[in-house]
Write a protein that binds this ligand. Structure first.
Ligand SMILES: [Zn+2]
Length: 261
């Protein structure tokens, strides 16, 4: 009971991920509204679909016919709003006008990103490693800490919508990787501790070390398996960080006209 993927995709591209009513840029905070509801015979077609921001969408569904306040949007009006917005986006008229001063501000943010996240720094380690060692973990933590430091500055955001979305995607990916990094690799570390200091455990886990050398080998192979598991769990999230980083750098060069290094 929702729009097919292709209909969604076409609608999101057509509106430039900006709300068809208030024209606010939404990024992922976007909803696809049925102008005629299913209960009124509305279909899952492009014709019946209008992309809206959360606020405008909730206004659509909260309008109370029994206690009307304000003026309701009719499906006909929504269609016109949408079509006129799609036309503007297609004509390249959707972007807010940027002055030279705005561009200079964006260049400053881009330079800062280039400085703080060099491609041959910790990101290179994340790109090249199997994400199993404590050095790899340190690289992830380093990227996260740099991001946190930068984000504490409220001025650290692009005015250009495409760049700001790219920056936000990179930031989200770094945070996600950092968060799972802890749970996965802490588990790995825990097992290493278990082997090196078995006497500290009172719950019987140390018993296997009574098995002497064989117990030790068994313990280590568990550590290796878990390192492998941790590395595999981290890889897709690491790829998200790297892909969003690469996109951010490319878009930054294209939109600001500088290399930034
Ligand atoms: Zn809106």
């Amino acid at each position: 009971m929702s729009f097919p993927e292709r209909v969604k995709e076409d609608a999101l591209v057509a509106c430039g991920r900006r709300c068809c009513i208030c024209h606010e840029f939404c990024g992922i905070k976007m909803e696809l509204h049925h102008m005629a509801l299913h209960s009124e015979g509305g279909k899952d077609t492009a014709e019946n679909c209008i992309p809206l921001c959360f606020d405008c969408h909730s206004e659509q569904s909260s309008y109370d016919k029994k206690h009307p306040k304000g003026t309701k949007y009719t499906p006909q009006e929504l269609t016109r709003q949408r079509d006129s917005w799609y036309t503007k986006v297609a004509a390249g008229l959707a972007d807010p006008v940027q002055t030279d001063d705005h561009r200079e501000l964006d260049r400053e943010v881009f330079r800062s990103i280039r400085r703080v996240f060099p491609h041959d720094g910790p990101l290179k380690i994340i790109r090249a490693s199997r994400l199993q060692s404590s050095d790899d973990r340190n690289a992830i933590v380093a990227v996260y800490n740099s991001l946190k430091a930068q984000m504490s500055d409220p001025g650290f955001e692009f005015i250009d919508r495409e760049l700001e979305e790219a920056r936000a995607n990179f930031a989200d990916a770094v945070i996600e990787l950092y968060q799972i990094n802890w749970t996965e690799t802490m588990y790995c570390t825990f097992l290493v501790d278990e082997i090196s200091t078995p006497d500290n455990y009172k719950d019987g886990t140390s018993a296997r070390f009574a098995g002497g050398y064989e117990g030790f080998i068994e313990g280590w192979s568990r550590v290796e398996r878990n390192r492998d598991k941790a590395g595999k769990a981290l890889r897709p999230l690491a790829e998200k960080v790297l892909t969003s980083y690469d996109y951010l750098i490319k878009a930054g060069r294209r939109r600001t006209g500088i290399d930034g290094r």
